[in-house]
Design a protein around this ligand. Structure first.
Ligand code: MRU
Length: 349
């Protein structure tokens, strides 16, 4: 299987596959400082919850590198400002906050050793976050593959593959695993309006690997379920509350309602870094709103009247009650989620 290097730190800079350009062009976007990283996350050069977490970790390192002429309180104060800038880029995916806090906490703890030493340590930590994410994905894939029946026809939404992570993928990682184990599977990939992550990115990954699949318009999903053509739904997550409520790409909630109506298992695949142990319900998840142009234009071509008002939420929240299981890198969580999360949190302490 071809490896997709979504994020790579080389020659003193962060190299990202420019996901805005796929599938037409394969280009690398180079970030030389943390402001480049801020732009890359905000403009969705890189996207997907785990991928933006790992990218932001390198962003914190790049900020520290530029601040390492400062020492002590001044170094930490300026580093914190850079962390806040990075954290404000995309509000829903909690992996971003998780990675930035992990980096800043380390800098704070080690600050007595001097800013050059802290900066070197931060580079190692960013490399670790990157490597851990790939390993985490493989662990989830191992757990998740057990839930994929032989011959399964799987519906997925958005892009949850190698491009959405440091490598391999979450929901698409499970699908990859099933395929690499010679399970006979078939994937239906939603195009995922308005940014078309399904059509542009998931379809690109599926085609690259030769996984049998069809791309479908988002609004065809319920019809396929009604026709008995979907056996399971498998999607990723951007933030999970401790009651199991899960935010993911807009349209996921709609799929969960349809799956419930048709008695189809609905699975979330996400690392524990996507669980926000600070919130007990999905109503506390901040939902990112993106530009009107994402809806009024397709591929730069205007398709709606210029003056029309637009509402463009990028994520929605699927109630835990609609979710059959949450596949994490620490095992499979089953309802009631509040209890399963308590046990998991204890294990993580
Ligand atoms: O707006 P995006 O493309 O960053 O949204 C991505 C998703 O919603 C994914 O499903 C989610 O991050 C899980 S991917 C591993």
């Amino acid at each position: 299987m071809q490896s997709i290097e979504t994020i790579a730190f080389k020659k003193g800079a962060l190299h990202l596959i420019d996901q805005r350009k796929l599938p037409g062009h394969y280009e690398i976007f180079v970030c030389s400082d943390y402001r480049d990283v801020e732009f890359a996350i905000r403009d969705m050069v890189v996207r997907g919850a785990p991928a933006i977490g790992a990218t932001a970790a390198y962003g914190v390192y790049l900020a520290a590198r530029d601040l390492s002429t400062l020492e002590g309180e001044a170094f930490l104060r300026e580093l914190k400002k850079a962390c806040d800038v990075l954290e404000a880029t995309r509000p829903t995916a909690v992996n971003l906050r998780w990675a930035i806090r992990r980096m800043y906490t380390l800098a704070d703890k080690e600050s007595a050793k001097g800013s050059r030493s802290v900066t070197e340590r931060l580079k190692k930590e960013a490399d670790l976050i990157h490597a851990e994410d790939i390993e985490t994905n493989h662990r989830m894939a191992e757990y998740g593959v057990e839930l994929v029946p032989e011959g399964a026809r799987i519906l997925t939404h958005c892009n949850t593959g190698a491009l959405a992570t440091a490598g391999w993928g979450t929901a698409l990682g499970v699908i990859r695993q099933a395929y690499s184990r010679d399970k006979s599977i078939f994937v239906y990939a939603d195009e995922t309006r308005p940014r078309l992550q399904g059509a542009r990115l998931t379809a690109w990954e599926l085609v690259q690997e030769g996984i049998p699949a069809k791309l479908i318009p988002d609004n065809a999903a319920a019809f396929l379920m009604q026709q008995g053509k979907i056996d399971i739904v498998m999607v990723g997550a951007d933030r999970i509350a401790t009651n199991g409520d899960t935010s993911n790409k807009i349209g996921t909630y709609m799929l969960s309602i349809c799956a419930k109506e048709h008695g189809i298992p609905f699975y979330i695949v996400a690392p524990v870094s996507t669980i926000d142990f600070e919130i007990s319900s999905g109503s506390q998840i901040p939902i990112e709103e993106r530009s009107a142009e994402e809806v009024t234009h397709i591929g730069g071509v205007q398709i709606a009247p210029e003056t029309v008002d637009v509402y463009n939420p990028a994520f929605d929240v699927t109630p835990g009650a609609h979710i059959s299981a949450i596949i994490t890198d620490r095992g499979i969580l089953r309802p009631p989620y509040a209890e399963a999360m308590k046990v998991l949190q204890e294990e993580l302490r």
